[in-house]
Ligand binder design. Structure first.
Ligand code: FAD
Ligand code: DLZ
Ligand code: SF4
Length: 512
């Protein structure tokens, strides 16, 4: 009867481990659309449509290669609604010798997968996910007994190991990291090139109709759906990035501008996390753009660092610290998530922009996620569980292995410093410097305590004050703590009163 080879919705790579050694004459591939995976958080409808449409296209490509695929559609009347249920049903029908799967991207699913053998009485082999450039074992070996793990040192190791942007033993250009050059704001009048987008195929339109009917109660719009759902389109999207946006990726990596949803970003996280693209190939092709003189080093190094460095480091942190990571709350944050995260109904223009485009596109770029919505949640003290759930739900590229360390660690500092050595806390001045949001805002970014003062300002100082003891011991945070202590008492009082008022409004669901 052969083997049952299970492929999950974000494992859509022809070279996925579960398919290695496949015998087309005997084996069957199982792919299942299940309500459980569509609703464990209220995913953005575009995310659900993306995964299901990509699964259908992938299954079709497998069949075209002569592979037997047992594909369970969401509206199949016999569908049990869970991955475990569909594995059990397939085992009962096909009586395979063994189940072969690839380790999933979420701890929750790994735990469930570990129960499949017992539930079905059929042995289940869970293979390492070889699509990453650093295996879990390699990360553990690198981390060893180091007291603090820093992305920068991990990244240098990865550059050496994969020989990317290297001249012998040295980094190309003499420096490992050109980040200090990548902090320019967008000059007025400069429009980033439009990104190539992919109107839905007939098959995708069927999925869009299904998702519209079944998940009408999830936040987010399907209207602008134009994600690539095949490797071929993902490839074309990346080629478009290399040719038109990579040269500006470095300079404006941290810039934000009203109604510019994508800026110079690559948009590859969405197809990459599904398995439609290969991370090492992306790095090598970016490197080739530098070598051919078509893109500057600060852009190419910056892009490669995100994929070879951050993406792999973040995954390493997730698996090293799960399941405990999901409960960390080092700063004791406990405010509920304000409703406007789901609706965009706020007078803070930066937040309305970041959240509005998230609802429209299931996408926001890194600085919007980190320094706008993430920074606000950090400063206001919103409970990490609620913030995590939001990020996992609303972004088309969100799976827990990458979402959680970015949210709980990088943005909220709730892990106490596994991801970043200091919180990315910033007042309105940062947003004013890096964007044009403040000009059209209801609030005044230059004011800190008045009735129309930018909420980020008082919340920033209140955040420093609330955690002054903890931060005074961190050399990278000592400066704002000193500034706070040196401030005149009436000013400190006014800031804390304004912050208390804002936090009260947030608690009561009043508009801010
Ligand atoms: P680009 O700016 O073009 O970067 C290129 C690629 O580098 C990305 O596609 C991504 O694969 C990788 N990358 C860049 N930064 C990171 C990072 N910090 N961690 C991991 N990979 C990175 N990324 C996700 O893929 N899924 C998530 O659920 C996710 N949640 C996030 C939540 C928060 C609070 C924050 C601050 C960041 C999160 N990120 C997440 C990281 C990053 O914001 C996105 O990868 C990026 O915005 C995706 O857009 P892009 O492909 O245009 O990225
Ligand atoms: C995200 C997602 C969704 C929405 N639907 C499915 C599905 O119906 N079937 C499936 O196999 N996978 C789906 N996924 C992706 C899984 O949630 C993902 O594989 C796990 O979270 C592990 O990363
Ligand atoms: Fe955001 Fe404050 Fe600027 Fe308004 S003034 S856009 S709230 S940073």
């Amino acid at each position: 009867p052969g083997h049952l080879r299970v492929i999950l919705g974000d494992q859509l790579s022809p070279a996925i481990a579960a398919l290695a050694g496949l015998d087309p004459g005997a084996d069957t591939v199982l792919m299942a659309e299940v309500m459980g995976e569509c609703t464990y958080v209220p995913h953005h409808p575009q995310k659900i449509a993306l995964v299901l449409a990509a699964m259908r296209h992938f299954a079709r490509a497998l069949r075209a290669r002569g592979v037997a695929v047992r594909y369970v559609a969401l509206d199949d009347p016999a569908n049990t609604g869970t991955l475990a249920g569909e594995v059990a049903r397939a085992c009962a029908a096909l009586k395979p010798d063994a189940i072969i799967a690839t380790e999933p991207g979420e701890y929750r699913v790994l735990e469930a997968m570990r129960g499949w053998a017992e539930q079905t009485g059929i042995p289940c082999e869970i293979r390492d996910d070889t699509r990453f450039l650093c295996s879990r074992a390699d990360f553990a070996a690198w981390a060893g007994s180091k007291k603090q793990l820093r992305m920068e040192f991990f990244y240098r190791e990865m550059r050496r190991r994969h020989r990317i942007l290297m001249e012998g033993d040295d980094p190309v250009g003499g420096k490992w990291n050109y980040d200090p050059e990548n902090r320019k704001s967008l000059p007025a009048g400069l429009a980033p090139p439009e990104a190539k987008r992919f109107p839905p195929t007939a098959e995708t339109r069927e999925v869009l109709a299904l998702v519209a009917a079944r998940f009408a109660d999830h936040y987010g719009s399907l209207d602008a759906f134009d994600w690539p759902v095949t490797a071929r389109d993902a490839e074309a999207g990346f080629a478009d990035f290399l040719a038109r946006r990579l040269p500006g990726f470095g300079d404006w990596q941290d810039a934000m501008a009203a109604d510019r949803d994508f800026m110079f970003h690559s948009l590859v996280s969405v197809p990459l996390n599904l398995g439609l693209l290969d991370p090492l190939d992306l790095c090598r092709r970016a490197e080739a753009e530098y070598e051919a003189g078509r893109a500057p080093l600060n852009a190419v190094e910056g892009f490669i660092r995100q994929i070879l460095g951050w993406r792999e480091f973040i995954r390493g942190i997730y698996w090293r610290h799960m399941p405990g990571y999901a409960t960390l709350n080092a700063l004791g944050a406990d405010l509920p998530l304000p409703d406007f995260y789901w609706t965009g109904a706020t007078d803070m223009r930066c937040m309305a922009q970041a959240i509005g485009q998230t609802l429209r596109r299931a996408y926001a770029h890194h600085i919007q996620r980190l320094m706008v919505t993430g920074n606000f949640a950090l400063l206001a003290g919103i409970a990490p569980d609620a913030v995590d759930r939001w990020y996992l739900a609303v972004y088309a590229d969100a799976y827990e292995w990458v979402e959680m360390p970015n949210t709980r660690g990088m943005a909220l500092h709730a892990d106490g410093g596994f991801v970043g050595s200091k919180p990315y806390a910033a007042s309105g001045a940062y947003i004013a410097r890096m964007s044009d949001y403040c000009a059209g805002c209801h609030y005044d970014v230059k004011d800190a305590a008045g009735p129309r003062a930018c909420p980020f300002n008082a919340l920033y100082w209140d955040f420093i004050a609330r955690h002054a003891d903890r931060f005074a011991a961190n050399p990278r945070m000592a400066m704002p703590v000193r500034t706070w202590h040196k401030m005149a008492e009436p000013k400190r009082r006014a800031l804390r009163d304004r912050a208390a008022e804002l936090r009260r409004r947030l608690q009561h669901g009043d508009r801010i």
